[in-house]
Design a protein. Structure first.
Length: 135
């Protein structure tokens, strides 16, 4: 079974999460779901506020749920936006996902039926900002 088939549960979790978005301004639902090293799935949707820059992305909500559940390592992640052929995480979310991922963490870009394209984290964010000087 290929990764795309194995990731169908993540696709479903991302799709279901997108239905819970709060996106009254863009009317652009997005859902994200990530699987951690223990196999648990954490999902989230985008949340917008009337002061537009204060909203945040589905990936960020999913990361919040993962952290609050006590996990810090992402094994794979799916992103779904019903209005797009496939949804690729924005630049800010790439950095946030990279914080908790490995270079070979798989990112599934989904369309309405399932996983359309699979990329590695280090393909999505090459030359990621990282340094041992901080922390
Ligand atoms: N959005 C996400 O949730 N994830 C992305 O990776 C791209 C954009 C959301 C933010 C905003 O609520 C809406 O999509 C339109 O930009």
């Amino acid at each position: 079974m290929g990764n795309d088939k194995l990731a169908h549960d993540l696709f479903e979790a991302a799709r279901d999460a997108s239905a819970k978005c709060h996106a009254p301004y863009s009317k652009f639902p997005v859902g994200a779901a990530l699987r951690t090293e223990d196999g648990s799935i954490h999902a989230g949707a985008n949340i917008e506020v009337i002061s537009f820059p204060e909203g945040w992305c589905a990936e960020t909500t999913a990361i919040s749920h993962m952290i609050m559940a006590g996990h810090t390592r992402i094994r794979e992640v799916a992103v779904f936006a019903p209005k797009l052929d496939f949804c690729s995480p924005c630049g800010g979310c790439r950095q946030r996902l990279a914080e908790f991922s490995a270079p070979d963490t798989l990112v599934y870009l989904c369309d309405a039926e399932g996983v359309k394209k699979t990329v590695r984290m280090d393909e999505l964010l090459p030359y990621a900002f990282e340094t041992e000087v901080i922390g």
